[in-house]
Every structure is written in structure tokens, then in C-alpha cells.
Design a protein around this ligand. Structure first.
Ligand code: SF4
Length: 237
């Protein structure tokens, strides 16, 4: 049930963030929202979220991390195996590739806030390994209120969506990262919005040559972001 204390999140979901096409399930993150929608309260409340079944098999909630006044926000899909254990986003293999690409593009990760669309690790067993499983539409919808609240508190000027799950959750199911990556998009969510691939997709490239090509394209997309970030810094100087 959505109570009046959740009006900010509801407003975010229906109006400000242009999420009007979303059907938030009856049981969702909203059921676990705190009375006060400040960052610390939200993060703390998310730790106890049971808004969908994903908390059952995960170690912990992985909320976003980074500066609360960050101008730049990255949104990925969900925590992976290492993130689930560490409780931090983008610290596994894809996170390390992300860090390398950021450095090459000239972006200091410490100036950004990094988070995921879904806050619990979804996986299936394969031998001793925990194999990533893509969250389904219901799980994404159930978790979106946390992301909406993060976006509201951080209020980034530049929003970068990493991969199809984040892009389709925020820009609509018809959005295709393959067709519209690396360009500034018209969206009310932030002054600048750009979508690109998720670094984990580069790790899944079929061979080293293809991986190199995909990595170079990813760095190029990040350079577009870096150019705007630097322009913003110069304008403010
Ligand atoms: S994935 Fe999101 S909605 Fe589901 S239990 Fe975790 S925090 Fe709650």
C-alpha cells in the first residue's frame, strides 16, 4: 500500500522523472520507505527491503555510493557477485573495467555517484559459482522507488545509463542502447542524459579483438561525458 509519506517518491515516479509508464507493484520498495526521505534514512531503510523476492538469496542490499552532491551519476543494472559480498556497487570485474575506462576518458570516479537499478544480486548456481541472472520486469519495477529517491536526493546534472536494464527502466522498453548510445538524449530526468553499454557486456565479447573494439567505443562514450563535465566545470570557474 502506498501511504502519504511516500508522496515524494510517488511524485518522482509519476511526474518529475517521467516514469508515468511504470506500474509499481503492490509490494515494492515503497512499502519499506522511511518517514524521512533524506539519504541516510533511505539507505538505512533499503537495507531491510523485502519489496521483491531478490533479498532472499542475496547477502545484502547494495545501495549507491559516491558524493551526495555529485554532478554526475552512473546507473547500472544490479550488483554482481563481488558487489553482493562487499556491499558496494561496481567493485567486481565489470567495475574494474569501468574504472579503467573512466580513467582513460579522464573522469575521476570520486566526482560521481554510482548506483544500480536493482539493489539485490540475482543469481543462479552453476557448480560453486553464482551466475548473474538478469532481473525481470517486476523486480525492476519493485526496486525503482529506491533509484527514484537517489536521483531526487543527488539531483545530478549528468545522468549516464549503463546497459539495457537501466536505459529501458528509465527511458522506456522501446529504447535500444545499440541504436541510441553515446548521444545526449532529450529527457526531463537531468540536464544531460546519455546511455551506453554496461561494462559487463564488454567482458562477454566473443573474442579479444571484439572486446577491444567494444571497449574503445565505451571509452569514446565516456569521453563525450567527460567533455560535458569539463565544460560545466569551466563555466562555473
Ligand atoms: S531488489 Fe530492490 S525491491 Fe527487491 S528486495 Fe532488493 S531492494 Fe527491495
Amino acid at each position: 500500500m502506498i501511504t502519504p509519506t511516500h508522496s515524494l517518491a510517488c511524485e518522482l515516479l509519476s511526474l518529475k522523472k517521467d516514469m508515468s509508464n511504470h506500474e509499481i507493484p503492490e509490494l515494492s520498495a515503497l512499502n519499506f520507505f522511511p518517514e524521512s526521505l533524506d539519504y541516510a534514512s533511505l539507505k538505512n531503510a533499503a537495507e531491510g527491503c523485502k519489496g521483491c523476492e531478490l533479498y532472499n538469496n542475496a547477502t545484502q542490499t547494495v545501495f549507491g555510493a559516491g558524493g551526495l552532491t555529485a554532478e554526475l551519476m552512473f546507473i547500472g543494472e544490479q550488483p554482481g557477485d563481488e558487489e553482493d559480498l562487499a556491499g558496494l556497487p561496481f567493485v567486481g570485474p565489470a567495475g574494474r573495467l569501468f574504472d579503467k575506462a573512466l580513467e582513460e576518458a579522464g573522469i575521476d570516479r570520486s566526482v560521481a555517484y554510482v548506483t544500480n537499478t536493482v539493489k539485490h544480486f540475482k543469481w543462479k548456481p552453476q557448480g560453486k559459482r553464482r551466475l548473474h541472472e538478469r532481473p525481470n520486469a517486476r523486480e525492476v519495477e519493485a526496486c525503482l522507488p529506491w533509484l527514484a529517491a537517489e536521483m531526487d536526493v543527488i539531483a545530478p546534472r549528468i545522468l549516464v545509463l549503463l546497459g539495457a536494464t537501466a536505459a529501458q527502466a528509465l527511458l522506456g522498453k522501446q529504447f535500444r542502447v545499440t541504436k541510441e548510445r553515446g548521444v545526449w538524449l532529450d529527457s526531463p530526468m537531468a540536464e544531460r542524459v546519455l546511455a551506453t553499454v554496461h561494462p559487463s557486456s564488454i567482458l562477454r565479447a566473443p573474442d579479444p579483438q571484439e572486446r577491444e573494439v567494444q571497449y574503445a567505443e565505451f571509452v569514446q562514450d565516456l569521453r563525450t561525458v567527460a567533455a560535458d563535465l569539463n565544460l560545466g566545470a569551466q563555466t562555473r570557474a
